[in-house]
Design a protein around this ligand. Structure first.
Ligand code: SF4
Length: 432
């Protein structure tokens, strides 16, 4: 029996993200920031100052009312002031997670220092095993060190989750990675499919040589998912068309419209702001905050004026974190109660509608997702992103296989509301 407390309640995430600078001790072939990692004079390469990082974190709390944060570098464990930053996050209301490759954590003292600083948990990049892993990340001995890091984290008592990119070379190891997660007590495993952001969008970087077809991935993926399901370990698959897995596994598929309902994923509102270059560079001031409404250009379905007044009222409370958190809690409690009675709070509905529009923009405008002609027959088309534009340009979209249901589905939570997801104790009040 898995030890984590779980829930099927789906609420909008309150987790922010911070990029400290693209400085790393790995050179992963599929890294979204590969050019920035390799190019020392790229403006996003060097780590930012602690003062700037703290200022960004404070904005996440005070303006975006986030209550957790994923801190990444590059590699955050080599950021010189990482312990001060973790402690600052803890003290100001952001529960800190590091997204890390774990290399530094092969030294147990480093784990202990993270624990003492107030780390909440780690998201460890387990993109493969053995020599395959070393080749993928460009560092000999990396796998061995990562395995030592897991042992150290268990000894020191820092919880961890896994991220695993679905690259061609790792497919045959997915089941072994799932078993590793079970054996070592990982709380969650995320599998991440082809979705080239940032530097990976460069022409020629992805090809049929390193990107597997969805139908190549699917059997290995479902085998690994089955192992995790049986062991009751939460498993999520990001950016994978819904029709590519059997129905029983679709509750674990998170495309853009579902991502906001995973409390371990990033809030589109604050992500839209921290993703701007001013917030990812060492030099220069942070830029003005932007609301999700501003980040969601030309939303086709726009929440009504009353609903926006409610959102604005929440934004006004941003200068008063205690009041704001109380308001968010009350609102979510009302929402939960109404959901139990089959109704939904209008503020929640307006907010969810805006997040959904932003999700569509991320898929359609930013990543150029496309639908195959036969997607028009599919009952879940409106909650599926379709095929990534870059993937479709490499392989076409002939793999699409319409899902035929008695009714048309328009609720992005249709499948995921059946999934049991980990909720940490600190989040019981609003997320369980
Ligand atoms: S919309 Fe297209 S890609 Fe998505 S599940 Fe349906 S057939 Fe598959």
């Amino acid at each position: 029996m898995n030890k984590f407390s779980k829930s099927t309640n789906r609420v909008l995430t309150r987790r922010g993200v911070l990029w400290l600078g693209q400085t790393c001790n790995f050179k992963c072939q599929f890294c979204y920031f590969l050019d920035r990692i390799k190019t020392k004079d790229h403006p996003e390469h060097p780590f930012m100052s602690l003062a700037k990082a703290k200022q960004i974190c404070d904005t996440l709390v005070n303006y975006y009312h986030n209550n957790a944060i994923d801190i990444q570098g590059g590699e955050p464990t080599i950021y010189p002031q990482i312990h001060e930053l973790i402690t600052h996050c803890r003290q100001t209301g952001l529960l800190p997670t590091l997204i890390t490759n774990g290399l530094v954590l092969a030294n147990q003292k480093s784990c202990k220092k993270l624990k003492d600083a107030g780390i909440r948990d780690l998201l460890i990049s387990v993109h493969g095993l053995g020599d395959d892993f070393d080749t993928l990340v460009g560092v000999r001995g990396a796998h061995k060190k990562q395995m030592q890091a897991l042992e150290n984290l268990i000894t020191v008592g820092i919880p961890f989750r896994f991220n695993c990119v679905l690259s061609k070379v790792s497919l045959k190891k997915l089941s072994a990675i799932a078993q590793l997660a079970i054996d070592k007590g990982a709380g969650v495993v995320n599998f991440i499919a082809f979705n080239p952001f940032e530097d990976q969008q460069k022409q020629g970087r992805r090809s049929a040589l390193n990107v597997p077809l969805y139908k190549e991935v699917a059997p290995f993926l479902m085998e690994a998912m089955e192992i995790l399901h049986k062991a009751e370990v939460e498993c999520n698959v990001r950016y994978f068309p819904l029709c590519m897995v059997k129905e029983k596994y679709r509750k674990s598929l998170y495309n853009f419209q579902q991502l906001s309902y995973d409390i371990h994923e990033w809030d589109y509102a604050s992500w839209s702001w921290t993703g701007m270059q001013s917030q990812r560079m060492r030099d220069g001031e942070i830029s003005r905050t932007i609301s999700l409404k501003e980040a969601t250009v030309e939303p086709p379905t726009y929440p009504g004026p009353l609903q926006f007044m409610a959102i604005k009222a929440r934004e006004k409370l941003a200068g008063y974190p205690t009041l704001l958190n109380a308001a968010v809690s009350i609102n979510r409690t009302i929402g939960k109660t109404m959901a139990n009675t089959g109704k939904q709070n209008t503020t929640d509905m307006a907010e969810e509608s805006l997040y959904r529009e932003n999700a569509r923009i991320r898929a359609q405008r930013h990543c150029c997702y496309v639908y195959a002609e036969r997607c028009d027959q599919c009952s879940v088309k409106s909650i599926c992103d379709g095929f990534h534009g870059d993937y479709a340009s490499l392989f076409g979209s002939e793999e699409a296989s319409p899902i035929i249901l008695p009714e048309t589905i328009n609720d992005p939570k249709y499948y995921i509301s059946h999934q049991l997801k980990v909720v940490e104790e600190e989040d019981y009040g609003w997320a369980k």
